[in-house]
Every structure is written in C-alpha cells, then in structure tokens.
Write a protein that binds this ligand. Structure first.
Ligand code: B12
Ligand code: SF4
Length: 488
C-alpha cells in the first residue's frame, strides 16, 4: 500500500510577510504518530508544505491522509479534491474536521472526528478489507500501546526543534475560547501516556533538547512528578507549556527544573478577572501572576507569556497596559493573540448567537484578525492594538527595560539575548531557513544551553527532610540561555 500524508501549509505561512522560522519549528507529529499504525510493508511519505513543496502531479498513492487546521482548511480541501479526482482515497482529520465535519465531508472519502488513536487503526482494518466507512468518531481515549512514532519519516534537518514530543492529550481545564472541549467531545478530555512509555519515547530522541507540545504537561500532578523524577539524570534541556496555577504549586516546578526545564509557555491570557470569569479560565482567578513570574525566574526558567486581546472587558488601553506589565515583570518573550472564536467552541456559539461574528473566512481565523465585533473598541482598533503590542514589546528600549527588571546580571543578559535573538535577527533566520539549514542551528542552541545554562545551585526536588521552599534556592544563577519561544 502506498500512503501519502500531508500537512498543508497554513494560509498565513504562504504570505510573503510570514515568519519562516515560526513554521520551521516543529515537524508534523500528528501524522508521524498515525504513520506508526501503518503496516510494516506500506510505502509511506510525510509531506510538510511549510518546509518542502508537494509534487502533487507525480503522486497517485492508494491513500492520502491530510491534517486539517482551521487556517489550512482551504488548501487541505483543494489537495483533497485533486487527489480524489484521480481516484485516490482521501482521509481527512484534525481539529478543523472535528469542528466542522460536514464541511470536511464534502472533500474527503473518510473523515475522522477527534484524536486518531482509536479510530485510525479501525479504519486501516476496514480499508484493507475494502470497506472503509465515511465517518469515524473517536470515543476510546487511551495512549496505551501506542506504536513508536515514525520519526524516521521526518526530515529532521529542516526543523529547528525536531525533538517535539507529546506525552499527554488535552487538558483538565475548560476555557471557553479553547478548541479542547470541542475536539475531545465523546470521550475523555485529558489523559496521559504511562510514565515508562513516555520515558522510553524521550530516550529514543537523539541530542539533548526537547520541546513538550502538551497543552498542559503539569495537568496531572502524579504523572508529571513521576515523569520529571524519571527524567532526572537524562541530561535533557527542555521547554513546555503550563499554567500559572501549576507554576505556583509547591514542588512541581522544582522537579521539572531538576529534570532540565529551561523555559515555559505560560497562559496568562488577560490581566482582568472579569475576562477570566467570562472565559471560564477559573484556574487563573485570584492567582498571583507576579509571584509565578518570580518563582520561574528564581528557578532559572525563562517565560514566554501568552496574552489574548479583545475579550469583553478589554478597551483600547489594554494593549499598552499589558505590554507595560509584561516588560516591567521581565517576561522574556510574549505571544499576543486576538481572541478568535473557533467553530465548535462555547465562545463561537455565544458570538454567533449574539450576531457578533463578522466573517466565516477561515483563512483569517489566525488570531491576527478581528473576526467578531469587540465589545469596547472597534475591530480595526483591536487589530491595530495587537500589532502595536508586538512592536512595543520587542522595541530595543523595552528589551533593555525587561532585562533590567531581573535582579541578577546573568538573568538580564539572557533576557536581552533571547528576546533580541528571536525577534531582532529575522533576516538571519530567513537565510538559515531558506538554505534549508534550520536543523543545523540546533547543536549551537544545545551548546549554548548547556554552557550558559549551568547553575551554581541546581534546584533539587523537595524531600521530607528538605521542604519545597528550601529546595529551590531563591537567587540561584539563572539557567538556560536560548530556547525558542512557544509554538504560537
Ligand atoms: C505544533 C503546533 C503548531 C505548529 C503546527 C505545525 C506542526 N508542525 O504541527 C505551528 C507553530 C505552525 C502552529 C501555528 C499555530 N497554532 Co498551533 N499548535 C501546535 C500544538 C502545540 C501541537 C500540535 C501537535 O503536534 N499535537 C500533537 C499531535 C499528536 O496531535 P495532532 O497534531 O492534533 O494530531 C492528532 C489528531 O489531531 C488526529 N489527526 C490529525 N490529523 C489527522 C488526520 C487523519 C486522517 C486522522 C485519522 C487523524 C488526524 O490524530 C492525531 C493523533 O491523535 C497545538 C496544541 C496541541 N497540543 O495539539 C497548537 C494548536 C494546534 N495551535 C493553535 C493555534 C491557535 C495556532 C495559531 C493560530 C497561533 C498563532 N497565533 O499563530 C497558528 C495557526 C494554526 C491554525 N489553527 O491555523 C491552536 C489551534 C486552535 C484551532 N482550532 O485551530 C492549538 C490547538 C493550541 C491551543 N491550545 O489552542 N501551531
Ligand atoms: S488551560 Fe490552555 S489548553 Fe487548557 S483549556 Fe485552557 S486554554 Fe485550553
């Protein structure tokens, strides 16, 4: 059997203004995961249109597998139509297919709703018998017995972060704007691999650097504790995403740092408690954001802060207020988003019911466009404020002020190098990507991390004799210099 798996380019990635580095960060892990289920004698290729062109005309496999995100849906459907026109069976799955199955069904022979670990093997058996169904809905949620991910199908040298990994799926929380509830309908919304299986997957990855793409790596305390303890001594340097809540939890962060955590993507989202309540982001309510930042910095962990603009309590001052807050707290990098009601989310349903959606052109549901009428400003003000926030946060003056907010010299230097390296050397990144050498930068990053990331007082996880407060030395040398910001 010949199988072609495609991650079509996101619309924004095809714009001449796109940031190539952002789309050469991570390989298509979902497709490589699904490839693991294919029979050993299948001829399989994975095409990621962000890093390589797809020679569509020369390709007539038995099965085309296409992953659909909201902003690549148009391209995904065009590819699907082209494959079907020449008799190829087309399977469509992913977040957007799950959100809008009827839309996707018009372009695929078979569509998949939700994660693929239960439905994909069923489909493969049905397909082999010549009886594939039109639609498969995931209901059984487990990562037990997951076959090894086919990382051999990934052109590692084309990515800055070839070692991306997920050891859980979903998240225990229920934020209104998040895709999560919609995607996991019909079964569990948060589950993890067995710790031993996760450690074995980590062990299979070459080099030192890892990026956990889990929505909330810290979401199951027991799992996270065992994972971090198991990773100690493996010599890894890694990044991940977590919540304010998890950062403030006693002891967990120290264990993560002892296992090699060097930077964390943190969903602050908004400084307004009214917004947090309206968006059901209850886990952030009444949490001391400043204390979380101090705690991360004291543990030597850099922060990529995530902020969302356009919630109903935001007026046109929200941009300056948020940027000023982030800079003055020494947050190293920030990712700003315009609130985007994804189809299938409770937020979308509310916006639609109130007649506030202004477009259903999915290409612009990229968190850079206002696709609804904001409550306390215009859509144009929201978009202008979003771009201004990026400019203001990454001005040299702001980088210097953010660096000065650290209470030690190394932390300040690292802040400046990291923020500037990510946003101020765009032309250099472009050259590297266009020369198809993203991966060549990785050993350098790892070297920087291991040299500059050395701590004088490495934190140790708490023990009954040594409680958490004492385990993290409060003013230890900052760890980690460069580890690229989060996916968004
Ligand atoms: C890596 C990543 C990226 C990469 C994507 C490219 C890549 N190489 O994968 C980059 C950096 C380009 C990116 C960009 C953006 N991202 Co992003 N990203 C992620 C992230 C962190 C991990 C994806 C991943 O690898 N997951 C792990 C694998 C195993 O799961 P999977 O890919 O979903 O695949 C499984 C299923 O979906 C299913 N499946 C998928 N395809 C198919 C096909 C078939 C046939 C079948 C059977 C099954 C199937 O089976 C797989 C195994 O279970 C997710 C969060 C997350 N944890 O998933 C956010 C996420 C996808 N991103 C998100 C967002 C918002 C963005 C941006 C808009 C952000 C921005 N402001 O720029 C852009 C644009 C994306 C868009 N929606 O159009 C949102 C998407 C919301 C939505 N409804 O689309 C997510 C969910 C984060 C979040 N919590 O909100 N992102
Ligand atoms: S904490 Fe993050 S991943 Fe979890 S539901 Fe909220 S936005 Fe989604």
């Amino acid at each position: 059997m010949r199988v072609t798996m495609v991650l079509p380019a996101l619309t924004e990635a095809t714009s001449p203004h796109f940031r190539p580095i952002k789309y050469s960060l991570f390989p298509p892990l979902g497709l490589a995961t699904l490839a693991g289920y294919l029979p050993a004698d299948a001829q399989v290729a994975i095409h990621d249109e962000h890093v390589m062109p797809l020679a569509l005309d020369d390709d007539t496999p038995d099965l085309a597998v296409i992953q659909v995100y909201i902003t690549n849906a148009r391209r995904a459907y065009a590819l699907a139509d082209a494959y079907r026109a020449r008799g190829v069976h087309v399977a469509l799955g992913g977040l957007h297919v799950t959100s809008l199955p009827d839309e996707a069904a018009a372009h695929g022979d078979t569509i998949f709703l939700g994660p693929g670990e239960d439905t994909w093997p069923q489909f493969l058996a049905d397909f082999a018998r010549g009886e594939p169904r039109r639609r498969y809905q995931s209901t059984v949620r487990t990562l037990a017995g997951l076959p090894p991910i086919r990382r051999d199908l990934i052109a590692r040298h084309l990515y800055l972060v070839p070692n991306s990994i997920v050891v859980s799926r979903g998240c225990p929380h229920v934020c209104d704007f998040c895709y999560k509830e919609a995607f996991f309908t019909g079964g569990k919304g948060f589950y993890t691999q067995a710790v031993d299986a996760a450690l074995a997957e980590i062990d299979r990855l070459p080099g030192r650097h890892l990026y956990f793409l889990d929505d909330h790596l810290f979401g199951d305390r027991r799992f996270a504790t065992a994972l971090f303890d198991g990773m100690r001594g493996m010599g890894r340097l890694w990044q991940a995403a977590g919540t304010v809540n998890a950062v403030l939890a006693p002891d967990l962060l120290e264990r993560a740092v002892a296992a090699g955590l060097r930077s964390l993507f943190v969903g602050f989202e908004t400084l307004s408690p009214v917004n947090l309540t309206a968006q059901r982001k209850f886990q952030n309510l009444k949490r001391d954001y400043a204390a979380a930042i101090r705690r991360l910095h004291d543990c030597g962990v850099m922060i990529n802060g995530s902020f969302v603009f356009g919630m109903d309590d935001d007026d046109s001052n929200v941009f300056a207020r948020t940027v000023d807050w982030a800079v003055s707290h020494g947050i190293e990098t920030s990712t700003f988003h315009i609130l985007t009601p994804y189809p299938g989310t409770p937020l979308y349903a509310r916006m639609a019911a109130a007649g506030r959606l202004t477009t259903s052109d999915w290409d612009v549901y990229d968190t850079r466009h206002a696709v609804f009428t904001p409550a306390r400003m215009t859509g144009a003000e929201l978009e202008a404020g979003y771009w201004r926030a990026y400019r203001d946060f990454y001005r040299w003056g702001a980088i210097a002020r953010g660096a000065a907010a650290h209470d030690d010299l190394l932390g300040g230097l690292r802040h400046a190098a990291y923020a500037a390296g990510w946003k101020k050397f765009e032309p250099l990144w472009d050259v590297v990507i266009r020369a198809r050498q993203a991966g060549a930068m990785l050993p350098m990053l790892e070297a920087i991390l291991s040299e500059f990331g050395r701590r004088r007082n490495p934190p140790q996880a708490a023990t009954p004799e040594r409680p958490a407060a004492a385990a993290a030395s409060p003013h230890a040398t900052r760890a980690g210099l460069l580890a690229e910001p989060g996916p968004s």
